[in-house]
Design a protein around this ligand. Sequence first.
Ligand code: NZQ
Ligand code: ZN
Length: 388
Amino acid sequence: MENFEYCNPTRLIFGKDVVNGLADVLRPLGKKVLLAYGGGSIKRSGLYDKVRELLKDFEIFELCGIEPNPKYDPSVLEGVRICKEEGIDVILSVGGGSVLDCCKAIAGGAKYVGETWDVIIGKAETKAALPIVDIMTLAATGSEYDWGGVISRTETNDKLCYMHPMLAPVCSFLDPTYTFTVNAKHTAAGVADAFNHILEQYFTSPNSFVTDGICETLLKSLMKYAPIALREPDNYEARAEIMYACTFGCNGSLALGAGIANWPMHSIEHALSAYYDITHGEGLAMITPNWMKQVLNEKTLHRFVKYGINVFGISSNQPDMDIANKAIIKTADFFKSLGIPMSLREVGIDESRLGEMAHHISLEGLDNPAFFAPLSEAEILEILKATL
Ligand code: NZQ
Ligand code: ZN
């Protein structure tokens, strides 16, 4: 097993009605709150009114209209402006991963005197950040329990991950009932995102038996409960199990004791959603089986075999390569069964910019020989072409 050090400072408060404790958590952090949310789902569900009522003793400033694949301009810039001008003490994110990621960039930008983009890309050091509290309304990203946020800059086709320990939320409220209203498309995309987060960390080498077991259980939980949540959107147990699994997907704990997890499928998908603004989880679902086919070889085979046997229950009584290929087919079948579009053309992407995207992705250095499955620019292009 590899050495590791791990610290996650975020307090998780999970379950029905936990949001009632919001004021108690916010009070020590200050009086002036930036309430950030998306395009209106929290108003339709009644959560907005509830939050305003709970925070009637606080001074509230609002940032609304944060879009999926949150944009640097206008959302991050506008949030930083409000925080600086109004002297905001704490940011409250109410929504999905996009709202929370936007808040993370605002938190870093608000404490920096220069251009916020410089802290996002690491050109300037993040030395301080405003505290963040969140109420998650969509199970997917795990942003509620990690210290990264993904921000898009439209004019340069960049979608970049801004990471810093100070961006970890102080507290995340996770009430599965607030995910009842998530539609089938985003429920499925959220599950696919979390499923992929686990795979990004499972397909590494060397590995830890303990971590492998946790990953396999999380994957099986998502496979068991996603169809139930799609069939019965207000099934509490299904929404709760999914939310729990998603929360643990992205904070690095699933790679403890294992080799480097360099998240190649995420690098590829982030280019797709930067260039075409598609839904992140859908992009991942269609890339995953094609990435698997591309990287399956004698060296990586053992991981596919373990995955096939332990996650899908494929019989071990057959050649390893057969087990691996069956596991890849079952992975694609699972995503298809959730109703996710499984080709680029279905989400409006044609071949015209595949080469440009492959080049853009290759600049992240996915060909490092230390990785589980290094990818050259040509191989990235192969994966994109196979996904057409
Ligand atoms: O904007 P509103 O009106 O709130 O609607 C949203 C949005 O249209 C809607 N929604 C959210 N909660 C709802 C709801 N609709 C009904 N009922 C509810 N309770 O769902 C739509 C999608 O929301 P979004 O926040 O974009 O989804 P998600 O949570 O999947 O976040 C996706 C973003 O997170 C990034 C992705 O790249 C993408 O930009 N990621 C962040 C990560 C992180 N911070 O750790 C890791 C991930 O790998 C990922 O890259
Ligand atoms: Zn993701």
